[in-house]
Design a protein. Structure first.
Ligand SMILES: [Zn+2]
Length: 237
């Protein structure tokens, strides 16, 4: 009985080793698309920033256009007033025209000042957009690079996983059916880790203290022992 369990345990440990590799690969394979998603999200974030700025400059450009139209009508008015002023007869009429011209000129100055200020803001926004375009191009490049890397890695990992899965049945040979059932149950419940090393009197996976009899049995490899808390098969490393 002693040698028999000892032999089974060796097989189980080798099976556990294989299953750990399989679990790790499966986790990696699941994580891969997540990496890519976060890279793609970075591109989308830059896109959103660019759009906000572009929307804002669109409004500002419309405001400039409005003022330019207003400027045109004021300029036309001034030139008309100047023509009329040159034809007046009395000084009183001339003063009236001059005052009207001065008013219009004031509007022109104000509008020109406003246009300049808005233009400044638009220029700054355009500069920022150009910066963001550069950032976006960089992020896109990273996405493409990540894609290529991930595809290559995935292909390697899938091939490795396939090999390990093919190998698994050979590691089940010589393990009694009942023991295998215990193993598989813990394997399924504990995310691929069906066995746990004993540390002193404690299960290293969950920290549960084991009875003195069980500790003795694990240390001497006399029979299989399940952790009372997590149901993993215990072994003495
Ligand atoms: Zn445990």
């Amino acid at each position: 009985m002693t040698t028999e369990w000892n032999e089974v345990l060796e097989r189980l440990l080798s099976l556990q080793q294989l299953d750990s590799k399989i679990s790790r690969l499966e986790a990696d394979l699941q994580r891969a698309p997540g990496d890519l998603k976060s890279r793609e999200a970075a591109v989308a974030a830059v896109d959103a920033k660019i759009k906000t700025l572009a929307d804002r400059t669109k409004v500002l450009r419309a405001q400039i256009l409005l003022r330019e139209n207003e400027l045109k009508s004021h300029t036309a008015k001034i030139s008309k007033l100047k023509t009329q002023a040159s034809e007046v007869r009395t000084n009183k009429e001339f003063v009236a025209f001059r005052s009207e011209i001065a008013n219009s000129q004031g509007d022109v100055d104000r509008l020109e000042g406003e246009v300049l200020k808005i233009l400044e803001v638009v220029e700054q926004a355009d500069k920022k957009v150009a910066e963001l375009e550069g950032e976006r191009a960089h992020e896109l490049e990273m996405v493409e690079k990540a894609k290529a890397e991930i595809h290559e890695r995935l292909a390697d990992q899938r091939a490795e996983l396939e090999g390990l899965r093919k190998e698994r049945p050979t590691r089940l040979e010589g393990v009694p059916k009942e023991t295998l059932e215990l193993y598989q149950r813990a394997h399924k419940a504990r995310g691929g880790r069906a066995m746990s090393a004993l540390e002193g009197a404690y299960c290293s996976a969950c920290g549960e203290m084991q009875t003195r009899n069980d500790v003795y049995a694990v240390q001497n490899r006399t029979r299989h022992v399940l952790c009372k808390a997590c149901n993993r098969l215990l072994y003495q490393p």
